[in-house]
Write a protein that binds this ligand. Sequence first.
Ligand SMILES: N[C@@H](CCC(=O)N[C@@H](CS)C(=O)NCC(=O)O)C(=O)O
Length: 206
Amino acid sequence: MLIVWGHRGSPNVQKVLWACEELGLHYVLKETGGAAGGTDTPEYLARNPNGRVPTLEDDGHAIWESHAILRYLAARDPHGRLTSDDLRVRATIDQWMDWQCAHLAPAVRALAVLVVKPRSTPPTAQEIEAARDGIVALLRLADRALGRRDYFAGQRFTIADIPLAISYNLWKIMEPACAQFPALDAWYARIGQRAAFSPMTGQRRV
Ligand SMILES: N[C@@H](CCC(=O)N[C@@H](CS)C(=O)NCC(=O)O)C(=O)O
C-alpha cells in the first residue's frame, strides 16, 4: 500500500500526488505538516528524520525528498511512463529536476516570502524587484532551453515537468500578468490539458 504523508498546500507534496495520479496509483494521503502538524513526532521522524513533507511509504518502506520519491515512482512503473530507458534522456530529466531544486524553487520562494507571507515590516520595492529579476533570469533560460520541444526532456511528459510546472504555477499566481515566456506558456497550456492533476489546485482533475 502507498501512503503519502503531507498536505495538499505543499508544493513538494503536490509533486508526489501529481506523479501518483499520472500513474493511476492507489494511495492514501495522511494529512501531515502545515496546519495538521505531526512532523516532529518520533513516529514521523522515524520515517523522515528531516521532519518535512512529503514522505512516501511503500509497503512500510519510507522515502523522503520529493525528487527521490518522483524518481522512485517513475522507476517502479512497469511501463516507464514518466521516465526513459535512454541514458541521455534520463540525464536530461535529472538535470531539470536538480535545477528546479537548486535554483528555481529557492528563487520562487524568495519572492513568495516577500509578497505572500505576512511580515511585520513590508518589503521594499527594490527587494521585490531583485527577487523578481532573479526568477525572470532563470525562466528566460528555461524558456530558451525548452524552445520547440513539447516537454523538458523531449516530446513526452516526464517527471522533469512536474517540479518545473509546480514552480511555474507559483510564479503565475504571483505574477499573473507576466507574459515574457512563449515556450513556457505553451508548455504550461499543454500541461493544463493533462487529465491527471492540476498544479493550479493541487488536486486530481474532476
Ligand atoms: N527538499 C525537500 C523539501 C521539503 C519541504 O521543505 N517541505 C515543506 C513543504 S513544501 C515542509 O515540510 N514544510 C513544513 C510543513 O509543511 O509543515 C523535498 O523536496 O521534499
